[in-house]
Design a protein around this ligand. Structure first.
Ligand code: SF4
Length: 253
């Protein structure tokens, strides 16, 4: 990460009244995991601690590189990243009656204090909050109290990068013990199911979903068909990427 990005990251961590935001969109449908098909608003926070898709072992690429790859995307460009107050995000979300609000990234838990403030405001207004996370951060107790669910997507070796960066045992255990985590593995290769099963056993994970990698409806359908039988045998749930089936890789859907 370059110095400019580090400065932006540290400033985002210390001021809990503002968040670094990549985009907001919706209402649309939650496209992945147990809440698939529910109407939801999405708040995509900027910044990630991982860089999936880089390195020789990577077999798929992150579909939101603008949240972290600041060699390719300039974080000073407001179309890439903007500082937005928790107050204005809350106002935006409450302007429509959609009950479910999904906070995604990037990795939203990098901005834990601002995220907690946002979750407090939305929860207080009666909204349901889901947080999409890569499972490498321990959520604060206060945040756990506000969210309906953590949709945890631990990254497998096909994402590339160091295993010690992708898999943080203390964070996975804390999320599992929160009682609010559902685990979702992106499968891009048959070996991914084996690796996912090993993690499920090692950390005694429950509520496990597998989902094909793919940014076209054909790739998603083919992937689901390929893994369906093995997912059944392993006791995993199967998730589509509904937004991809409906709208291919259109942004903001
Ligand atoms: S954890 Fe998610 S947002 Fe971060 S690089 Fe990996 S796929 Fe992209």
């Amino acid at each position: 990460m370059n110095a400019g990005a580090l400065h932006l990251l540290s400033s985002s961590v210390t001021d809990d009244r503002q968040l670094s935001v990549a985009e907001t969109f919706g209402p649309t449908f939650q496209g992945e995991g147990p809440s698939t098909g529910r109407q939801a608003l999405f708040i995509r926070l900027s910044r990630c601690n991982l860089s999936c898709g880089q390195g020789q072992l990577a077999r798929w690429a992150c579909d939101t590189p603008e949240t972290w790859d600041f060699k390719r995307f300039d974080p000073r460009d407001p179309a890439v990243s903007r500082r937005q107050s928790v107050e204005s995000l809350t106002e935006w979300a409450l302007a429509v009656p959609t009950r479910l609000i999904v906070i995604t990234g990037g990795e939203p838990m990098i901005q834990m204090s601002g995220l907690t403030r946002l979750a407090r405001a939305l929860h207080g207004a009666g909204r349901e909050i889901e947080i999409e996370t890569n499972g490498t951060f321990i959520p604060s107790g206060e945040l756990v109290g506000y969210v309906r669910a953590f949709n945890v997507s631990p990254k497998l070796s096909t994402a590339g990068g160091r295993a010690s960066a992708r898999i943080v045992p203390a964070a996975l255990r804390a999320l599992a013990e929160s009682g609010k985590a559902r685990f979702k593995f992106v499968i891009s290769h048959p070996g991914d199911l084996v690796e996912a099963a090993e993690l499920v056993e090692r950390f005694a994970l429950s509520e496990v979903w597998v989902m094909p990698e793919g940014v076209s409806s054909k790739a998603v359908l083919d992937g689901m068909r390929e893994m369906a039988q093995e997912a059944l045998r392993l006791g995993f749930n199967l998730s589509p990427r509904l937004h991809t089936l409906l709208w291919e890789d259109e942004r903001g859907r």
